[in-house]
Design a protein around this ligand. Structure first.
Ligand SMILES: NC(=O)c1ccc[n+]([C@@H]2O[C@H](COP(=O)([O-])OP(=O)(O)OC[C@H]3O[C@@H](n4cnc5c(N)ncnc54)[C@H](O)[C@@H]3O)[C@@H](O)[C@H]2O)c1
Length: 274
């Protein structure tokens, strides 16, 4: 496979480590699009710890240069700005893109632009399950309409530092769980952009940003990032609770997210997709 990566942070690096361990043969080509200031360091790391992941390796800083290496699939794992700057160009060039920074799609105009670019390029905008599960069932039930989706995201209090939760409650003094936000997935993404990925994934798969109900909780007893949601539809009801471990390189990112991206690649390389 000829693979493109946008971003070379925690998810990209962990993903490459897992790819090196799990694929039978090196990728035909790996092209990494990074910020210009990190091009030298990225080139050195690819030649060092990741030598052997791909037969041909390139580091670029712009989407046209990424496309010149003819990727068959591009994974975005860089952030909202990178989605807006690079992903429409890649989709318009008929290359499928897995967007990991799904929270970016809570911006209505960017969501529209991405859908249009995918349609124009006859490419797929692929939204992986990321840190949650059960997205297959939610998206399937969504087609029948009439969904009620309620999501609750809990983290230890200090994991909410640097967000508007700080103004709502005294994070350092909490002794029991406290809900500091209730509202729609759209509002949650607007106020807590760095924690928007799961609410956005549920909204896009199911009832949409306005009809997905979100609660955010600071919980001293939370064992890590805990995602719980319930779905009521005319066809089925289910609920989920996922306790994710943080990844070694970035405590904000659940390590299962990386495995969800790995699955997207393996399903395209291997003989069976599941
Ligand atoms: N879908 C999910 O469930 C889920 C879960 C966790 C994280 N995420 C998202 O995945 C993304 C990456 O997470 P991470 O833990 O790897 O973050 P990270 O901060 O470790 O890495 C991001 C990398 O992208 C690079 N970058 C930033 N802007 C760029 C640009 N314009 N062009 C090229 N590179 C750029 C940065 O230099 C950095 O190396 C974040 O947006 C995060 O919100 C999604």
């Amino acid at each position: 496979m000829r693979l493109g990566l946008i971003g070379f942070g925690n998810i990209a690096v962990t993903l490459l480590g897992q790819l090196a361990e799990t694929i039978d043969a090196p990728l035909e080509c790996l092209t990494v699009l990074c910020l210009p200031e990190f091009a030298g360091e990225t080139t050195a790391r690819l030649a060092g710890e990741f030598a052997g992941v791909a037969t041909e390796v390139a580091v670029v800083t712009e989407a046209p240069a990424l496309l010149s290496h003819r990727p068959q699939l591009v994974i975005e794992c860089a952030g909202h700005m990178a989605v807006a700057t690079h992903v429409p160009t890649v989709l318009r060039a008929s290359v499928d893109v897995v967007v990991v920074s799904i929270g970016a799609l809570s911006d209505e105009s960017l969501e529209k632009e991405l859908r249009l670019a995918a349609a124009d390029g006859r490419a797929h905008l692929i939204l992986p399950a990321g840190a949650v599960g059960g997205i297959d069932l939610l998206a399937a039930l969504g087609a029948a309409g009439g969904l009620e989706v309620r999501y609750r995201g809990s983290k230890p209090p200090l994991a909410w530092s640097g967000t508007p939760a700080e103004a709502a409650i005294d994070l350092g003094a909490l002794t029991e769980a406290e809900i500091f936000f209730t509202g729609t997935a759209r509002e949650a993404a607007r106020q807590f952009p760095k924690n928007a990925n799961v609410a956005a994934t549920l909204a896009l798969a199911g009832a949409g940003f306005e009809a997905t109900h979100v609660e955010l909780v600071a919980d001293p007893a939370a064992p890590g990032n805990v995602h719980e949601y319930s779905v009521v539809s005319p066809l089925a009801k289910y609920s989920m609770r996922i306790e994710n471990l943080p990844s070694a390189g970035n405590a904000k990112t659940s390590v299962s997210t990386v495995y969800s991206v790995l699955r997207e690649i393996r399903n395209r390389i291997g003989p069976v997709a599941i």
